[in-house]
Design a protein around this ligand. Structure first.
Ligand code: NAD
Length: 295
């Protein structure tokens, strides 16, 4: 049994901590929101009064927080208090630069560290079927893998410090762009009098095939499990897609990569959010595209 501290018990962190406890680990959680602590208590996760209390005696510390500034603030607070030789894993989606800084901080204070952002959403967090994209040394990854396996089904070592975050934002930039492309194709098809099913039947077996079309089709009908069949309830909220696209654009700017479609996708999702749809599934962008067309 491993003593695990889990900091950030929100929509993702709560069920992830519960899965660690269900797998027989000794889990102590902490969240600034009392309601998040209360929600996991009934499911075998002990809770602490502070992040510092939570990490006392822990072999492994997991953080699952909103953004880079929260991760750096929590790691700065707890690292002086962690056991010698402890492993710290950040599963949040954050900017690559903050992630690299967090690794450096851990190294300075003698802790092994891994960045391990996830894909799979709240459903994957509950079902312990997340995909983890990990960055860090071989030794740190080898130590983290058995812990991540209790919360996910696919664990990929992507490279050194920050490589997990880099993989996550590159993947989600593809996703944001491809969802807009598929939405544009259905919008054009509607104007041309082509049925949704006909476009789906052709494109899903032709060169237009992609995940946004075949698994997450943004119109109701062709893929009955996609959010389009459920009033565009998330799923993966447009606000989170915008967050990831913005992270990709920050990274593109600082690294000097040209990502013109990524940049345009970020602008479109920003406009979609400003129109009040941040809580809508990201595939709902098709409705925004329709509104932009000539009546
Ligand atoms: P959330 O807002 O539900 O949870 C974040 C939690 O962190 C909150 O409960 C908040 O109170 C807590 N917190 C903030 N600062 C803290 C601090 N200093 N100390 C302790 N707790 C603190 O967010 P979420 O949906 O669980 O997402 C967490 C991370 O996972 C984000 O980085 C997000 O981008 C990423 N992510 C989310 C999804 C998703 O579908 N929700 C999917 C993939 C990745």
């Amino acid at each position: 049994m491993t003593a695990i501290a889990f900091i950030g018990l929100g929509n993702m962190g709560g069920p992830m901590a519960v899965n660690l406890a269900k797998a027989g680990q000794q889990v102590t959680g902490f969240d600034l929101a009392a309601a998040s602590c209360d929600a996991v208590k009934a499911e075998g996760v002990a809770t602490a009064k502070s992040a510092i209390d939570a990490v006392q005696g822990a072999d492994v510390i997991v953080t699952m927080l909103p953004a880079g500034k929260h991760v750096l603030s929590v790691w700065n607070e707890i690292l002086p208090h962690v056991e010698k030789g402890a492993l710290i894993i950040d599963c949040s989606t954050i900017d690559v630069e903050s992630s690299v800084q967090a690794h450096a901080l851990a190294a300075k204070l003698g802790a092994a560290s891994v960045d391990a952002p996830v894909s799979g959403g709240t459903g994957g967090a509950k079902a312990a079927t997340l995909t983890f994209m990990a960055g860090g040394s071989e030794a740190a990854f080898a130590a983290a893998k058995p812990v991540l396996e209790l919360m996910g089904k696919k664990i990929v070592h992507c490279g050194g410090a920050g490589a997990g975050q880099a993989a996550k934002i590159c993947n989600n930039m593809i996703l944001g762009i491809s969802m807009i492309a598929v939405g544009e194709a259905f919008t054009l098809a509607e104007k041309l009098g082509l049925s949704h099913q006909a476009l789906f039947d052709v494109a899903s077996t032709s060169s237009g095939q992609c995940w946004s079309l075949t698994t997450y089709c943004p119109v109701p009908g062709p893929v009955p499990t996609s959010p389009a069949n459920n009033g565009y309830k998330p799923g993966f909220a447009a606000a989170l897609m915008l967050k990831d696209l913005n992270l990709s654009q920050e990274a593109a700017k600082s690294s000097g990569a040209a990502t013109p479609l990524g940049s345009h996708a970020a602008e479109l999702y920003a406009a979609f959010e400003q129109a009040g749809h941040g809580g809508t599934d990201f595939s709902g962008i098709i409705n925004y595209l329709r509104e932009q067309g000539r009546k």
